[in-house]
Write a protein that binds this ligand. Structure first.
Ligand code: K3U
Ligand code: ZN
Length: 179
């Protein structure tokens, strides 16, 4: 078995041009390079304590995201799910109903902000095995999907905030959200 530490990839930080570009479609999910990339994205996300990741964040401009909700202090009721790799995800529908809640990003260290997102959505994607899936999501998982799909279109969460002054450091975020 490969050493998992060999799969860790560098994470692009805000300012890298790749984070501002539209990523290309995956042509062939069965390509061994695509399978290796998915495994490396998963290992990198877990090592960074993330709950999602998009390929441009690891310097690959291709349309793959991983969504991996789990309960956490800010979202204790978030569903625990096996990480799902979504290839060429398309948001087919999203609710007009918006919810504003806190987000962070592995590519924007030490920044948190409330971000308005659609409460529900329907997404179509290819699995890593090449099967087409359509599914509805709501709440925190819908938020992660929108955040990660934005990365595929070169958009960071800080560009979605309603008021720049609402962007705060991790330490201020922890104080503001302490019970
Ligand atoms: O905000 C983060 C977090 C981690 C564990 C529990 C709760 C929150 C870390 S940042 C994160 O995981 C991003 C992943 C990124 F940067 F690759 F896109 C995903 C995300 C976090 C919060 C809201 C929406 C999306
Ligand atoms: Zn992000």
């Amino acid at each position: 078995m490969a050493d998992p530490s060999q799969l860790l990839l560098p994470i692009a930080s805000r300012g890298e041009p790749i984070l501002q570009q539209r990523a290309q479609e995956v042509a062939d999910p069965h390509d061994p390079d695509i399978q290796t990339l998915i495994d490396a994205m998963l290992a990198t996300m877990l090592a960074a304590n993330g709950i999602g990741i998009a390929a441009p964040q690891v310097f690959v401009s291709i349309r793959i995201i991983i969504v991996a909700s789990r309960p956490n202090p800010r979202y204790p009721d978030a569903p625990l799910m096996e990480p799902v790799a979504m290839l060429n995800p398309e948001i087919l529908w999203q609710s007009a109903d918006m919810v504003t809640d806190w987000e962070g990003c592995l590519s924007v260290p030490d920044a948190r902000s409330p971000v308005p997102r659609a409460a529900e959505l329907r997404v179509r994607y290819l699995t890593r095995y090449g099967e087409t899936v359509e599914a509805n999501y709501e709440g925190f998982v819908a938020r992660i999907i929108q955040h990660e799909c934005d990365h595929l279109d070169g958009v960071l969460f800080v560009e979605r905030v309603e008021n720049e002054s609402s962007i705060v450091s991790e330490s201020v975020f922890l104080k503001m959200t302490a019970a």
